[in-house]
Design a protein around this ligand. Structure first.
Ligand SMILES: Nc1ncnc2c1ncn2[C@@H]1O[C@H](COP(=O)(O)OP(=O)(O)OP(=O)(O)O)[C@@H](O)[C@H]1O
Ligand SMILES: [Mg+2]
Length: 345
């Protein structure tokens, strides 16, 4: 049995997802998992299943994008012999096969409108008929869906039915892209190294040193966790971390990358420069106690760093909170308390 601990990560997003899985698993409420490619949508679906009592029944996966529309309908609902040319036997559909278990509909955003209305009917009534059959089957299936598309946009474009959207969204699990939760990268690397060490027992992988880890944490990970997993496998098979890094194309224009780079540059600047940055005058030193100066200095450093990150995220506070690794609430508190406001130039 896969345990929820298999969803590795210590970011707020992953912690919330683990908590949600614990609460939702036994409810059987329609759940949609949203996120870019490779973020772990299928892993979450598997965990929901493994945590529910439905784990004693089948977990059936259908990739709606990979099957042509004409075949997808018979794949889902099955068909009766003679339903169409070539249907020389009865075939059970996935809804029937997943009875009492889970039907995981991946890439739901790619489903055609006509099939969406058939799916909506099953979700509302629990009934369906195989193609070419008069029989009505009743299914007790937990439908979990996933998408990497912006379904809100699909609603606006009228390519996704609004009534189906609300049916599927009873529970909504959002997996953030890996680049916005860099704090998960070290534990994922450790996890994959352990995992693949048992598969390649003769290969020894050295955990990345600090500078390699810095680079990995500022990479934009277009393929998310799957890409990281592939990199660890590649690392087991060949070469050095340097070689792996050379294979990654860094996008230096992403706001969080340049913000972090700038912070690092400031980190390495000497204390003189830092003091001048803080514009601490000799008057400040004479009129305050050491305790107060300490507080003043910390506040100014915080103000400077938070302003910098906010500027780089275009004042997107949730992005900024992630970069700073503080909660959204703490960031709002600090913005208010330190009187940080957007620059007017
Ligand atoms: N938090 C995580 N902890 C451990 N492994 C993870 C995590 N997230 C993803 N993975 C692993 O990364 C790989 C990709 O994940 P998964 O297939 O679930 O992604 P996906 O979102 O369904 O991708 P796609 O949209 O391309 O189908 C899998 O091998 C999965 O086990
Ligand atoms: Mg998937």
């Amino acid at each position: 049995m896969i345990l929820e601990e298999e969803i590795i990560g210590k970011s707020e997003n992953i912690k919330k997802v683990r908590e949600l899985i614990r609460h939702v698993a036994d409810t059987g409420l329609n759940t949609i998992i949203i996120g870019e490619t490779g973020v772990g949508k299928e892993l979450v679906a598997q965990c929901l299943y493994q945590y529910s009592l439905r784990r004693y029944h089948p977990f059936i996966k259908v990739n709606c994008a990979a099957i042509p529309e004409s075949l997808l309908e018979s794949e889902l609902f099955g068909y009766e012999r003679g339903a169409f040319t070539g249907a020389d036997r009865n075939k059970k559909g996935k809804f029937q096969l997943a009875h009492n278990g889970v039907l995981f509909l991946d890439e739901i955003g790619d489903m055609s409108l006509s099939l969406q209305s058939k799916l909506l009917h099953v979700l509302q009534s629990g009934d369906f008929s195989p193609l070419g059959s008069e029989k009505i089957f009743t299914t007790n299936t937990w439908v979990i869906t996933a998408t990497n598309q912006d379904l809100q946009q699909a609603l606006k474009n009228k390519t996704f039915r609004e009534d189906l959207y609300y049916r599927l969204h009873i529970i909504n699990v959002k997996l953030e892209p890996l680049r916005t939760r860099p704090e998960d990268i070290p534990c994922l690397i450790e996890h994959f190294i352990k995992k693949y060490s048992s598969i390649f027992p003769n290969k020894k992988v050295v955990f990345p040193n600090e500078s390699v880890m810095d680079r990995l944490m500022t990479y934009h990970w277009p393929g998310n966790v799957r890409e990281l997993q592939n990199i660890i496998q590649k690392k087991m098979a060949l070469g050095s971390w340097d070689e792996i890094l050379r294979g990654l194309i860094f996008k230096n224009d992403t706001p969080h990358v340049s913000a972090i780079a700038k912070l690092r540059a400031e980190d390495s600047s000497d204390i003189e420069a830092l003091l001048s940055l803080l514009t601490l005058s000799i008057e400040d030193l004479s009129s305050f106690s050491l305790q107060k100066i300490k507080k003043e200095v910390t506040d100014r450093i915080e103000n400077r760093i938070i302003s910098l990150v906010l500027e780089h995220t275009g004042w997107n506070r949730s992005k900024a909170a992630k970069i700073l690794k503080i909660s959204y609430k703490t960031l709002l508190f600090k913005i208010r308390n330190l009187a940080i406001s957007p620059r007017l130039d």
